[in-house]
Design a protein around this ligand. Structure first.
Ligand code: PMP
Length: 411
């Protein structure tokens, strides 16, 4: 009895001195902003996230275009569990034959035009861009790149160099030399592409710019100019790939085929994974002068590849991504409010435009209180992002819009 009493007191004291995860989040995590969302997540299921208090949130952003099949998809969980039991890391990238890696490379190639048959696996979107830039430099012997105003391609030095926003770059100068920016959709500016340019890097749909798309002819003229000048065309499908826009790859909707494709985010089915993909001829150039022109320890981790293969197969067999445009139309027909200025989208990659950051900030905070997770865009803070898991149902869309509209009334 005495022991029981003492141990209970001890337990209570322990609980009182235990630092909460939320406190640790602020005291021990490297942070790059003073205003993180700070939401603690205990578990997830489908389109829902649950806090430690059991509060349920509708995930309308998929961890920024990642969880396309929702959270805890049984096929992905099983693939991960099976692979963990077989093996995890066994060797640096590209030396050993690892079944999930080669099966995924083949499955990816099968979703793409024939020439895009060589997949180099990395761990993230930024790394995919770095690899693609090195590949373009090595293959063409040129060092200059062209990107687009308001583009976002990642946070590492090479990828950052391709981002347009000076504000995010100035503190990290010097970045890569020889980078110019054009206006997305301006055909007359394509004249500047000449024989000195290694590659043009384009997001088929600009994500962080707040979902911006050019006319189809622009992409075709761009490809034509690249062919004329021996410039490679790199499509950054890190945010648009794996069905987000209604086709498996967004470039399919614009009538061009890139020389190099980058992918990540939804590709991993919730695990970290990225890739740059090209032709045998182009990819081969990383083999010589120098040998090992690009290397990575963890790129194409077998567990990530197993998850990715399960996600790819599930997306293809269910065809769920083909409903993205129809679901987006439902969002658009329901989200009618005097405060909404415009809704831009391709499939379930959507931006709801408002007048200012101030109202967007209020909407995001109040939505979270009301059980909806949304966000703004890195380079467009006057719009909110809607990029839900592609599995979202009609009923769930209606529920989300009902909550969002009542939040808008309050803001
Ligand atoms: N390219 C695009 C189009 C992106 O949206 C992002 C991430 N927002 C990246 C590259 C960088 O990917 P990661 O954060 O995985 O490095």
């Amino acid at each position: 009895m005495q022991f029981c009493f003492e141990s209970s007191i001890l337990l209570i004291c322990f609980a009182m001195t235990q630092i909460s995860n939320r406190q640790l989040f602020f005291s021990n995590l490297g942070q790059t902003s003073g205003f993180p969302m700070g939401l603690e997540i205990e578990r997830t299921e489908g389109i829902y996230l649950y806090g430690p208090d059991g509060k349920k949130y509708i995930d309308l952003i998929s961890g920024i275009a990642v969880s396309s099949l929702g959270h805890q998809h049984p096929r992905i969980i099983k693939a991960v569990e099976d692979q963990v039991k077989r093996h995890m890391h066994v060797m640096v990238y590209g030396e050993f034959v690892q079944s999930p890696q080669v099966q995924l490379a083949k499955a990816l190639a099968d979703t793409l035009p024939e020439k895009l048959s060589r997949v180099f696996f990395v761990n993230s979107g930024s790394e995919a861009i770095e690899g693609a830039m090195k590949l373009a430099k090595r293959f063409t012997g040129r060092y200059k790149f062209i990107a687009f105003r308001n583009a976002y391609h990642g946070a590492t030095h090479g990828a950052l160099s391709l981002n347009y926003d000076e504000h995010f770059k100035q503190a990290f100068m010097p970045l890569l030399p020889g980078i110019d920016f054009l206006d997305l959709g301006n055909i007359s500016q394509l004249e500047v592409i000449d024989e000195t340019i290694a590659a043009v890097v384009i997001e088929p749909v600009q994500g962080e710019a707040g979902v911006r798309i050019a006319e189809k002819t622009f992409y075709q003229k761009l490809q034509q100019k690249c062919i004329e000048t021996g410039t490679l065309l790199i499509a950054d499908e890190i945010q648009t790939g794996f069905g987000r826009t209604g086709t498996f790859w967004a470039f399919e909707q614009f009538g061009f085929v890139p020389d190099i494709l980058t992918t990540a985010k939804a590709m991993g089915g919730g695990m970290p994974l990225g890739a740059f993909i090209s032709s045998e001829e182009i990819m081969k150039s990383l083999q010589t002068n120098p040998v090992l022109g690009h290397i990575t320890t963890f790129g194409g981790h077998p567990v990530s590849c197993a998850a990715s293969l399960a996600a790819l197969n599930e997306l293809q067999e269910s065809g769920i991504y083909k409903l993205a445009s129809k679901k987006a139309d439902l969002f658009k027909s329901l989200l009618v409010h005097e405060k909404i200025r415009e809704i831009r989208n391709l499939g379930l990659m959507m931006a709801v435009q408002f007048d200012s950051f101030e109202i967007v900030e209020k909407i995001i905070n109040k939505s979270m209180e009301a059980g909806i997770i949304t966000d703004w865009f890195l380079h467009c803070d006057s719009a909110i992002r809607i990029a839900p898991p592609l599995i979202i149902t009609e009923e769930q869309i209606k529920e989300s819009c009902r909550i969002l509209l009542s939040v808008l009334d309050e803001c």
